[in-house]
Design a binder for this molecule. Structure first.
Ligand code: LLP
Length: 439
């Protein structure tokens, strides 16, 4: 079996999956299920591996908060010197609260509101990654009103078709809503030069997510180099080149890094990008999300019911699309295994692992060969540290799950399971006086 899933965090010892030195079944007992567990040492390990791979390249990591915005995760990354890639005022709030300094924060997104721009300008972030003429004008207006200078980069759409597993996670080709083409980018920089309230500090791109090949990044860099050279010719002084994130991880066990489906090889990426970025005389910003936190998280879920329907076997568990939407939204594969292994004389059975939510699209795995679990058994859904909790919802009035973190022999609940009161916070029942009483 290959690296990644099996040799990474949450190893099996004496037949039981562990997080740090803790048995995961004990954590489920203590905190209830469904439960997210993050291994903060694994988060740190992934962050350090990225730095190691890019040793010698002037690199600033702006961790992509959307992948996992838990304060405990952000705080560990802050302690390691990470910055943040944010897309909302909410993520700005989280990042600052967790101790990530504003000068290490870059702000992406196709339509930042005036209020969001104002909050980020007041905080003093490093740069706005601007995606349209309209947005640049809006930023100009807000900066002028506040009497400050707004540092910005234009997000260039390099028109690279990145081979991501699902079309929803491709952002680098011209027919997506993201960024502007290279020519329009140059026009935007030229327009900004006339404005004392706008300061160009970089060039930005992000081509997609869960990309396992180096080539699309190299192609994107070629387009960005053209833009940088064009800007230099116009006398523009830039500080950074932001190549975004999107570095793929292994979701299936036994997949070697070099195989399609494996983890993107960061060393090869660094070898290809590093010298060229250095030659431009710019700092490199990377915005990894999934590759920092993906493997560092599992979702624990308990089997409620095992039922047969037609020729199918359904393992109904207590977590579903409201906790982890990736399988149903992107057809995403997540490896699922029992937390406590037990002898399986019958051999694996092909099952659908489904949640309790009232939707046929509510599943965690379809047609998956598993040792048939029994009600009460605990299952671990792997590689759930990225885009798991952050995409959780309250559909079916479900309470979003608890999150716990381990680090060595320590364990802490880092977010309590939502309460019933959390579900109705802010709601009102007005207009009683208008109601017609029942006759
Ligand atoms: N930078 C920008 C501008 C982004 O839009 C994203 C992700 C990232 C960085 C981080 O990408 P990462 O390194 O995590 O791949 N919910 C989907 C993924 C959506 C990604 C959106 N943007 C999923 O679960 O696969």
């Amino acid at each position: 079996m290959g690296p990644g899933v099996l040799t990474g965090p949450f190893p099996r010892r004496d037949g039981v999956l562990h997080g740090g030195s803790h048995r995961l079944d004990a954590l489920a007992e203590e905190f209830g299920t469904p439960l997210y567990v993050y291994d903060l040492d694994a988060v740190e390990g992934a962050y350090r591996r990225l730095l190691d791979a890019f040793a010698g390249v002037p690199l600033d990591v702006a961790y992509s908060v959307k992948a996992n915005g838990a304060l405990a995760v952000l705080h560990r990354l802050a302690s390691l010197g990470a910055g943040a890639d944010i897309v909302s005022e909410g993520e700005l709030f989280r990042a600052l609260r967790a101790g990530i300094p504003a000068h290490r924060i870059v702000f992406a997104g196709v339509a930042k509101s005036e209020a969001e721009m104002e909050a980020a300008l007041r905080a003093g972030i490093r740069a706005f990654n601007v995606e349209s003429a309209g947005e640049l004008e809006r930023l100009d207006g807000v900066a002028e009103r506040l009497g400050v200078v707004a540092p910005f980069a234009v997000r260039v759409n390099p028109d690279v078709l990145s081979p991501t597993p699902h079309e929803y996670t491709r952002t680098g080709h011209a027919s997506t809503k993201f960024g502007v083409g290279p020519d329009e980018a140059l026009e935007l920089y030229a327009r900004a030069r006339a404005r004392p309230t706008l300061k160009a500090v970089g060039v930005d791109a992000h081509i997609g997510s869960q990309i396992r090949e180096v080539e699309p990044f190299v192609q994107a860099l070629a387009r960005l180099e053209t833009v940088v050279h064009g800007l230099r010719a116009q006398g523009e002084a830039l500080e950074f080149l932001d190549m975004g994130g999107g570095f793929g991880v292994a979701y299936e066990p036994g997949v070697e890094p070099s195989d399609h489906g494996g983890t993107l090889d960061l060393r090869t990426l660094a070898r290809e990008l590093g010298p060229r970025v250095r030659a431009l005389g710019l700092r490199l910003i990377l915005e990894p999300g999934r590759s920092i936190v993906g493997e560092a998280g599992v979702m624990l879920t308990r089997v409620e019911i095992v039922k047969r329907s037609g020729d199918k076997v359904f393992v109904v568990v207590d977590g579903g699309m409201t906790e982890l939407i990736r399988p149903s939204h992107y057809g995403g594969y997540h490896h699922i295994e029992p937390v406590v292994a037990r002898p399986d004389p019958q051999g694996p059975v092909v099952v659908d692992v489904v949640g309790p939510i009232c939707e046929t699209g509510d599943f965690l795995a379809r047609d998956r060969a598993l040792a048939l679990p029994r009600p009460g058994d605990l299952l671990a859904v792997r590689t759930a540290g990225a885009y798991g909790f952050t995409m959780a919802s309250n559909y079916n009035a479900r309470r979003r799950p608890a999150e716990a973190a381990v680090s060595g022999d320590r364990v802490e609940l880092i977010r309590a399971r939502e309460s019933l009161d959390d579900l109705i916070r802010g709601e009102r029942m007005p207009f009683d006086d208008l109601a017609t009483p029942p006759s």
